[in-house]
Design a protein around this ligand. Structure first.
Ligand SMILES: Cc1cc2nc3c(=O)[nH]c(=O)nc-3n(C[C@H](O)[C@H](O)[C@H](O)COP(=O)(O)OP(=O)(O)OC[C@H]3O[C@@H](n4cnc5c(N)ncnc54)[C@H](O)[C@@H]3O)c2cc1C
Length: 501
């Protein structure tokens, strides 16, 4: 095997999750290759909603603009829905900007790909991965090209970001919890011939749901949810006639349409893998979790996987990872996947048409109006309730740090800006002791120490931030174990100090 064919990481699947992960690895200078089956980005109407935690996380890496100004104690809100019921308000700290951003999945994918290429990642399109074996030292994978030729390469780690029907998952023998489909859904981009007579938005009838973005001037997105049973053939092409007759039957009147530019069928088939990691093989995005796309959470969940995994893999490849760092990927992201799987199944149960669910929906609609309930569900859908297990010490550990305004070297800055380079950061506030900086200096090859001023007093004088914006370490209230607590945390996350102390 030629040495040029060995990579730090091979990412299988260049969808949005694979491309974002590749960009993260490129940022850390990891020799990375993406193997993608399609010769170019496929423009399909799929995800279009970026929820608050994704918006906040992408801003921390410069993929979305950073919000300037805004007050820590103010909340920005956007109206959303729960199980198709209006009345849910998603709120996020005003210092983070609006809680929801609209971006098409294909646009995101292209932007991440450009970014990854600029950072030196090799993107090999037209490569369909067909074989994978791992041993304790490396993983070997084989990809088939359209012309029947094959490429074999090796990598320290392989990430399967190859979507719901993941080949990597199957080849690695990673098992899953599965729930068979019970709902048949159709989607189409069509021209509506009677836009005024078409029910706009989310509509429940005794026969199912229509979800229609009525656009009288161009193409409209028509979605139907039919609860009478799963698709007889999940892979059969959807015809305009099938979409029209299903939408019309569910609505209870004809919904004339023409000129379908895109159609697809999907279902509520649900999967969550038991393990996100098997040795040198890891899974991210739809390869690890699939669920009904209610609430627009799937892509968001996958992008968060990529942001959680990228820096950990980079440290592992470079030999600067703490002993269990790679295992924290499963420990942190599996519960996040579980939460979305469970909430989408709960939403679907509430959406089932029929007399027996009506009182339940009515009760839920009332509950949604309660501030606390709305905030709880809003934080769940937008993943702002995501916190990772604390490794002891301060309750701040594992929490996402809001975008605090900061002053650094006399210039205005903020938490999001500080994280742009993708490195862990030790923030030293005000008169934080030299002992912190001296301790962190021994991990200077991994961690940047940054002195900052905040406009108001903060509960800590130092804070170790992970590249994904979560707190890795905060001083406990008792200062007794400083800097020992910081040293232990640095060792736990990033392995031994450069000076071996
Ligand atoms: C109708 C619909 C609406 C949705 N709306 C939303 C929404 O609003 N918000 C949201 O967050 N989510 C939404 N989702 C979910 C979202 O689209 C997915 O979660 C997202 O596509 C997952 O991205 P991914 O990169 O993990 O997988 P994919 O997008 O499936 O990408 C996988 C890539 O791997 C490639 N690949 C597969 N096998 C191989 C192989 N063997 N070798 C090489 N390459 C391979 C594929 O070609 C593909 O490019 C929606 C889904 C649907 C169906």
């Amino acid at each position: 095997m030629s040495p040029t064919q060995h990579y730090g990481v091979a990412v299988v699947g260049g969808g949005p999750v694979g491309m974002l992960l590749a960009a993260e690895l490129g940022l850390h200078g990891v020799r990375t290759v993406v193997l993608e089956r399609h010769p170019e980005t496929v423009d399909q109407p799929k995800a279009g909603t970026l929820h608050a935690r994704t918006v906040q996380s992408l801003a921390r890496r410069g993929h979305l603009p950073t919000r300037r100004g805004g007050r820590l104690d103010q909340v920005a809100t956007t109206a959303f829905h729960f199980a198709g019921m209006p009345g849910l308000t998603i709120g996020a700290p005003a210092v983070e900007g609006q809680p929801i951003a609209g971006r098409s999945q294909a646009d995101l994918e292209r932007a991440f790909e450009r970014n990854a290429r600029d950072l030196g990642v090799e993107i090999r399109r037209g490569h369909d991965v067909v074989a994978l074996t791992q041993d304790p030292r490396q993983v070997e994978i084989t990809a088939e090209h359209g012309d029947g030729r094959r490429t074999t390469l090796t990598a320290d780690y392989v990430v399967g970001a190859d979507g719901a029907r993941s080949t990597v998952r199957a080849l690695a023998g990673i098992r899953s919890e599965e729930h068979p489909p019970r709902v048949a859904a159709l989607l189409g981009q069509v021209r509506l011939l009677d836009p005024e007579g078409t029910p706009p938005g989310w509509n429940l009838t005794p026969r199912g749901w229509t979800v229609i973005n009525v656009n009288p001037f161009g193409y409209s997105r028509v979605i139907t949810f039919d609860f009478t049973g799963p698709h007889a053939d999940r892979h059969a092409p959807v015809t305009l006639d099938e979409l029209r007759s299903t939408a019309s039957r569910i609505a209870g009147h004809d919904i004339p349409m023409t000129d379908a530019v895109f159609t697809s069928r999907f279902s509520d088939y649900t999967r969550l893998v038991h393990r996100y990691r098997d040795g040198r093989v890891l899974l991210a995005g739809d390869a690890a979790h699939v669920h009904f796309p209610v609430g627009g959470q799937g892509l968001n969940l996958g992008l968060q996987d990529a942001l959680n995994l990228g820096w950990k893999l980079a440290l592992a490849v470079r030999g600067h990872a703490g002993k269990d760092l790679l295992d924290t990927y499963h420990d942190e992201r599996h519960p996040a996947g579980r939460r979305v799987i469970d909430n989408t199944r709960a939403q679907l149960a509430l959406m089932r048409p029929g007399e027996e669910t009506e009182p339940l929906r009515a009760l839920f609609a009332e509950l949604l109006r309660l501030d606390q309930v709305g905030a709880y569900l809003g934080d769940m859908i937008s993943a702002q309730d995501t916190a990772y297990p604390s490794r002891g010490g301060s309750p701040w550990q594992g929490r996402f740090l809001p975008n605090l305004p900061l002053e650094i070297d006399g210039a205005d800055s903020c938490v999001a800006d500080v994280l742009h380079p993708g490195r862990p950061v030790l923030l030293l506030f005000g008169d934080a002791g030299e002992e912190y900086a001296r301790t962190a200096a021994a991990w200077g090859h991994v961690v940047d120490a940054v002195r900052a001023r905040a406009p108001r007093p903060l509960p800590w004088d130092a804070l170790l931030l992970r590249p994904d914006g979560y707190v890795a370490w905060a001083p406990p209230s008792a200062r007794a174990d400083v800097p020992d607590g910081l040293r232990a945390a640095l060792r736990e996350w990033f392995g031994e100090a450069a000076d071996g102390r």
